[in-house]
Design a protein around this ligand. Structure first.
Ligand code: AMP
Ligand code: MN
Ligand code: ZN
Length: 699
């Protein structure tokens, strides 16, 4: 199948494409050369894909078999030329879709794994696109309009085109899929200071302490500055003084303390902040300037601006899937006059300069639900907040119906916001306008809400400041929170295991423990989340099933995480290690009476096509013990026929989409469970249709 050609043709379907063979007359009416309509094209394409899939399934197996074939020059040449063609074709497709496409670059040290990742990424991108186009065809995006400023339509729609709540029947897919882009370059690669995923406690990043009443312990000033910051660094004048702050104080014992503990402990709320404010209406978004800050220069200017104010609002957006500790990806700041969006991935190493405004006790920093923000600020930038007001705490104190920001926006600003972007991939750059609009909504109205809740807190308390004071106090407690790095211990797995409410036997328990340690280690090493390395539900499934073969481990995962595929041998040896654990007597008895899986039925509904854990004993085929090893017994006792009707329905699509060696119905989706002997037998039969077998015969 020459997809590059058909692609080109599809692209210029309106203009002529005469250089492509075929009868020129018909072409005008054709969708693309040689095809009358979409159906014909799809039919042809599907046939081509099927036969390619079948042929690839019949290729000699990696390892001895392949090496043996490769010893024949004819085979080698054939593979080389076919391989080149395929890689070329794939590269072209990937390029067309704007993906990285170094498939043919054999000299680069990209390696198979990297190339495999490329393919996975490209597949994701292509499927994503297909999904979007299907939605469009379905009418989901039909009425999409440019983002409208708030204030124009009642009720105000803040992120208008994204706010359509499921209207009509065609909206099943909505637009969630747009929220994660999968081909994002890892921002970590650009970080000046490497992320510290080591299994050691977090040490504050701070090395300059603006607004200090008590100076920073010398540990931070001397060591950090000498090592990492040249003295002549271009920092704002006001901060330059702090570089020379005392360096000869007592070290170590203060190393893990909150750098602003003393200042916060001695912070008192001034009278002015406990009295009734004059609510100042927010400016309409349309009339508000919004600056995107991604240079040091602009950041310094912003800091200076903030230092001259008496209050500003702050929010952060965060990414956690493709990073071990998480990445603060965006900071939004709103003053009464302006909105600012800071690219914190770009300015990660410079963000600390905002400490001058953030720790100034005379400037109120308004956050909504700051618990995580406070930790992220410390972890990524060494930023601290002195004089925090948390509107979430205010909402609680007021006993409002709900305490989310959406609710406050609706309640006080009659703004309909949409938290759909909350879980967007905030690493995306350039940031789509819709996401910028969403982000600024999180802070734009916050100072007005601050006025409103303060007023109400005083009113509900008959003008007495007690309730308002309690919110200031709660907010202070939040700003005193310290970031704690997740520390791995030999017991860490127990907590997660307890949550599963399942009983695992000794072997399964061991597997769970080993897999847990493996994924934690790999996640730190690769700077990925543990969920990306191996999602918990897959880890449980592998632990429960204890697959004998690497293929069985793969079968427990759908989709298969890239690192699982890469490290399948390591995983396999861990599972084997677990299998070698002696079972307790009771466990052996339980296995005998219960069949193969002495496990409670799980509550989760995420099932792969190979999931057997929900099958009742009566559904299992019965074999006498001596029938079990080898032959068909092993083949079918492991996986086959064990799906119940529901599972079969759920996994139907997935099962069909799987590439299998043999298309015969009885092997359905489970070629993984074929015994070695059985595979061999099958291959001999297959050899009759296998072109590569012919090559050997001809030699
Ligand atoms: P917000 O303060 O609502 O803007 O949320 C800040 C960040 O917290 C988001 O960028 C997400 O990374 C994360 N977050 C917020 N809500 C959720 C949620 N329900 N589940 C997971 N992460 C969330
Ligand atoms: Mn927030
Ligand atoms: Zn936010």
């Amino acid at each position: 199948m020459d997809s590059s050609k058909s692609r080109g043709a599809l692209q210029d379907s309106t203009s002529e494409n005469n250089n492509n063979n075929n009868d020129g007359d018909e072409e005008k009416d054709e969708l693309c050369p040689g095809f009358q309509d979409v159906d014909a094209f799809v039919k042809y394409g599907l046939g081509a894909v099927l036969s390619a899939t079948k042929a690839s399934g019949a290729l000699p197996q990696v390892g001895d078999e392949y090496d043996f074939y490769r010893s024949f020059p004819g085979f080698q040449e054939f593979c080389q030329s076919q391989g080149d063609q395929l890689l070329h074709c794939m590269s072209q497709i990937m390029q067309y879709h704007g993906c990285r496409s170094l498939m043919r670059d054999r000299n680069k040290l990209t390696g198979l794994e990297e190339r495999f990742d490329l393919v996975v990424d490209s597949n994701d991108a292509i499927l994503e696109r297909a999904g979007i186009l299907l939605d469009e065809a379905d009418g989901v995006n039909r009425s999409q309009q440019p983002v409208m400023p708030a204030g124009f339509q009642p009720p105000k729609i803040v992120v208008s085109s994204w706010n359509r709540k499921s209207s009509g029947s065609g909206s099943r897919a909505e637009t969630f899929r747009l929220l994660h882009a999968k081909n994002i370059a890892r921002p970590q690669l650009k970080f000046r200071e490497k992320v510290d995923n080591s299994n050691t406690p977090f040490i504050p990043k701070i090395f300059i302490k603006p607004n200090a009443v008590k100076p920073l312990p010398s540990y931070f000033t001397s060591k950090q500055i000498c090592k990492e910051r040249p003295e002549d660094l271009d920092v704002p004048a006001a901060l330059a003084d702090f570089i020379h702050q005392q360096r000869t104080q007592k070290p170590v014992e203060d190393m893990f303390a909150h750098p602003y503990q003393y200042e916060l402990d001695h912070l008192t709320t001034p009278e002015s902040l406990l009295s009734k404010p004059e609510p100042q209406m927010y400016k309409p978004i349309a009339e508000t300037n919004c600056s995107f800050i991604d240079s040091l220069e602009d950041l310094v200017a912003l800091n200076e601006k903030l230092c001259s104010l008496s209050e500003f609002a702050v929010d952060l957006e965060h990414h956690s899937y493709r990073s071990f500790l998480g990445l603060t990806s965006l900071m939004q700041i709103s003053t009464r006059e302006e909105d600012f969006i800071i690219d914190t991935l770009e300015l990660r190493s410079e963000m600390y300069i905002l400490n001058e405004a953030f720790t100034d006790p005379s400037i109120v920093k308004v956050f909504h639900g700051a618990d995580s923000d406070i930790e992220w600020l410390q972890r990524d930038f060494g930023l601290y907040v002195v004089n925090l007001f948390d509107t979430h705490q205010a909402s609680r104190a007021l006993n409002l119906a709900r305490h989310s920001l959406d609710h406050l926006l609706k309640h006080f600003c009659t703004v309909d916001s949409d938290k759909r972007y909350q879980l967007a991939d905030w690493r995306i750059r350039p940031l789509p306008d819709e996401m910028v609009q969403y982000a600024r909504t999180d802070t734009h109205y916050l100072l007005y809400i601050y006025d409103c809740v303060k007023t109400q807190l005083l009113e509900t308390n008959h003008g007495q400041p007690g309730l308002l004071q309690s919110v200031w106090n709660k907010s202070k407690d939040i700003s005193l929170k310290k970031y704690v790095k997740p520390i791995f211990t030999e017991e860490s797995y127990l907590e997660l295991q307890r949550k599963q409410k399942r009983s695992l036997n000794t072997q399964q328990h061991t597997a769970f423990r080993l897999l847990f340690a493996w994924r934690n280690k790999l996640a730190r090493q690769e700077d990925e989340s543990t969920g990306y390395v191996l999602p918990t539900h897959m880890m449980i499934k592998i632990s429960e099933e204890l697959p004998r073969e690497p293929q069985g481990i793969i079968a427990c995962c759908n989709p298969v995480p890239p690192l699982v595929r890469q490290q399948i041998n390591e995983l396999h040896s861990l599972v084997q290690q677990a299998r070698e654990m002696p079972l307790l007597k009771a466990e052996i008895a339980a296995q005998k009476t219960k069949g193969l899986t002495p496990i409670k039925k799980p509550e989760v509904t995420l099932f792969g096509p190979h999931d057997t854990s929900r099958v009742s004993e009566s559904d299992l085929p019965h074999f006498s013990p001596d029938e079990l090893p080898v032959k068909q017994g092993v083949l079918f006792s492991e996986d086959e026929h064990k799906m119940d009707v529901d599972d079969e329905k759920k996994s139907g699509l997935l099962a069909q989409a799987k590439i299998t060696l043999f298309q015969e119905p009885e092997t359905k989706n489970d070629q993984e469970s074929l015994s070695v002997a059985h595979m061999k037998a099958r291959r001999i039969i297959e050899a009759f249709e296998n072109p590569f077998r012919m090559v050997r015969n001809n030699q």
